[in-house]
Design a protein around this ligand. Structure first.
Ligand code: PEP
Ligand code: MN
Length: 270
């Protein structure tokens, strides 16, 4: 692959991206939380549950990229203040999405990791802006993007000066409609052979179906993923976004146990 001056794998060890206690690229990390921050009670309830289940970081959207302009768009600043409160209480580092380059600098004051979502993977102004900062960036694969395009987007961030990039496979659009997207788990070993960056998997958006989340999570571990990002909600039927795919806290806790068990087996084999 041409032109990946900073992203391509080299003789140096793989990059470990750290955000407080969260380490990506060394061991196995689980990021969990609701799709959107909806209220203080909602977020704190879910934050406590995912912490108890062994999550390493809390996710929650403050700015939501919705297909319809009439759908819930996120609570913005109010959500960021709630996320800060959850971090104070649980100690979990916070991951949240930024949609607009103008928000990167001030949102960085509130959170530990900035997510660039699938729809913005080739928003080059946004990539340059997060690249100018120092917050780690969780760069999701675009739903229509090849691995080469995705890695070039990572190159934008690295070449702007920020080496702290975590790649995230979240499924691509294919002719298949049974699952929301087609989770391309072959991207995990591919990214590992092509780059030095950590790679995680999002089985929630990758499948859009509760029943597929655990099998694909276990498969992601076997494929060499450095972690998972999973949506959890204590009342999924009332969630303001992505209600069909949020795990209940108990199901998430069971998932973490099984994922960690499979990870130990994989480590023992390697
Ligand atoms: C999300 O994480 O809630 C999200 C919108 O993800 P994606 O960009 O992968 O669709
Ligand atoms: Mn979501």
């Amino acid at each position: 692959m041409q032109g990946l001056k900073l992203t391509a794998r080299s003789d140096k060890p793989r990059t470990v991206v750290e955000a407080g206690p969260l380490r990506l690229g060394a061991g196995f990390a689980v990021i969990a939380g609701p799709c959107s921050v909806e209220s203080e009670l909602q977020l704190l309830t879910i934050a406590r549950a995912v912490k108890a289940a062994g999550a390493d970081a809390l996710r929650g959207g403050a700015f939501k990229p919705r297909t319809s302009p009439y759908a819930f768009q996120g609570l913005g600043l109010k959500a960021l203040k709630i996320l800060e409160k959850a971090r104070r209480e649980t100690g979990l580092p916070i991951v949240t999405e930024v949609l607009d380059p103008r928000d990167v600098s001030w949102v960085s004051e509130f959170v530990d990791v900035l997510q660039v979502g699938a729809r913005n993977m080739q928003n080059f102004s946004l990539l340059k802006e997060v690249g100018k900062g120092s917050r780690p960036v969780l760069l999701k694969r675009g739903m229509h993007s090849t691995i080469e395009e995705w890695l070039n987007s990572a190159e934008y961030i690295l070449s702007a000066g920020n080496p702290r990039v975590i790649l995230c496979e979240r499924g691509i659009r294919t002719f298949e409609v049974y699952s929301r997207n087609t989770l391309d788990l072959s991207a995990v070993p591919a990214v590992r052979e092509l780059t030095h960056l950590p790679i995680i998997v999002d089985p929630t958006h990758g499948t859009g179906r509760i029943s597929l989340i655990e099998p694909m999570s276990l498969a992601a571990v076997a494929a060499g993923s450095d972690g998972l990002i999973v949506e959890v909600h204590h009342h999924p039927e009332e969630a303001l976004s992505d209600k069909a795919q949020a795990l209940l806290p108990a199901a998430f806790a069971a998932l973490v146990r099984r994922v960690r068990a499979v990870r130990s087996c994989v480590e023992a084999l390697s």
